[in-house]
Design a protein around this ligand. Sequence first.
Ligand code: NAD
Length: 451
Amino acid sequence: MAALRAADLGKVVTLIEERDQLGGVCLLEGCIPSKALINAVEVVENARRARQFGLTFSDVKVDLPTLRQWCRSVVEGLAQGVERLLQRRGVEVVKGRARFKSNRVLAIEGGGVGTIQFRHCIIATGSRVQPLPKTSNLPAWSSTEALQLPEVPDRLLVVGGGYIGIELGQVYAGLGSKVTMVEVFPYLLTGADHDLVEVVVNHCTGHCFEAMLLESRVTAVEKSDAGFAVTIEHQGETQTAEYDKVLVAVGRRPNTDDLGLEHTRIVPDQRGFIEVTPEGRTVEPHIYAIGDVTPGPMLAHKASREGKVAAEVIAEHHSAFDNRAIPAVVYTDPEIAWAGLTEREARAQGIKVKVGKFPLRALGRARTLGRTEGFVKILANPDSGLVLGVGMVGPQASELIAEATLALEMGASLEDLLVTIHPHPTLSEAIMEAAEVAAGTPVHVSPKGEG
Ligand code: NAD
């Protein structure tokens, strides 16, 4: 994004990439292949759900090589598209690993180019998987391996109940694995409101996961004949169990430790993040940093916006990352999404809010889909009615959150949302209805939001 925008603004741009393909983690081994897989599993789930409509399909057979090939083809198509976009703009792509030699020169290792002098530089080196302490030499899966779909293990242990753990845990459960999840905290998805997560947890425990061990920690993993012998401390008790595979999804860390930053004035913080100004500048004003190497959520859409801002600032435009909301989406079944203030943050920061919650079971479109679990909730300033945050769980939450994000970005009030005519029957009506509940004028539920 940064290279494309900078080229469009008339800059001479060189992009340095050490992988053979362009596109980064999101496209090559993250968001895109995982969503292709999640979509495939959703088809299986929808076929199962269709029984309630009187439609039955014979048992689903998973042809792994074809599924793998499908995911690969989606990735390849997009990666080639990125290459074409850069070519058309005359961006020079240099293959190799870049390290700062000084605050004006990069050394490039592994390619045909030795050094590059620059006037401006944007660090967009992303993040990598964090291994489990003391078990980093084990052949456990990270999301990278799991997304390559090498096999569908009979018993899969997922360590970490965050974005990746739940998304990929559900994928493998949908493909037939017996999945156990281990999470250190007493709840999953620590950044999200519990009431949103609870809907997914109920779905997982009753439906797709064999076991969910909260407040639990993996203390040892050893190779065994069956695969892995894993010792888990669960609420004070220690148990050892055998699994065919272990997927470790305990977070990611920024790629800033091997960049030669010591040859500049940039000093990453203890966790490896580089502080930047709203314009994306580091302490070296001509060196910018964007995406997972900077503080904040490790999300591709945040990085994309930051990349655009940095390119515009370099081209001497007035631009800044002054966004009010960065939407978060977890592609679980059902999907979770939120933007702006959460109820937990409001409580922690002592911010007074009024909350309007609209259950999907009271929504016509949700009923026609046979998907009535979930809700939309809106947090608003009790005096002005200004929308402060929106959270939702249910089908298509990943799409619906865009309207909420626009509302937050534009400083919309509850009234703006509730007077906007939403098409009927759609899931988007739930946003309007939640605004009605928060404003105290609900029609389709009781004033407390009960159906
Ligand atoms: P995460 O931070 O979302 O979750 C990691 C989880 O592991 C946390 O709940 C943590 O408490 C738990 N944990 C840590 N150590 C543990 C241990 N020893 N035993 C058991 N549990 C442990 O990290 P992730 O799921 O690895 O994802 C990495 C990043 O990738 C996230 O920050 C996210 O922003 C991004 N991502 C986003 C999406 C999306 O946008 N849908 C999807 C996948 C990944």
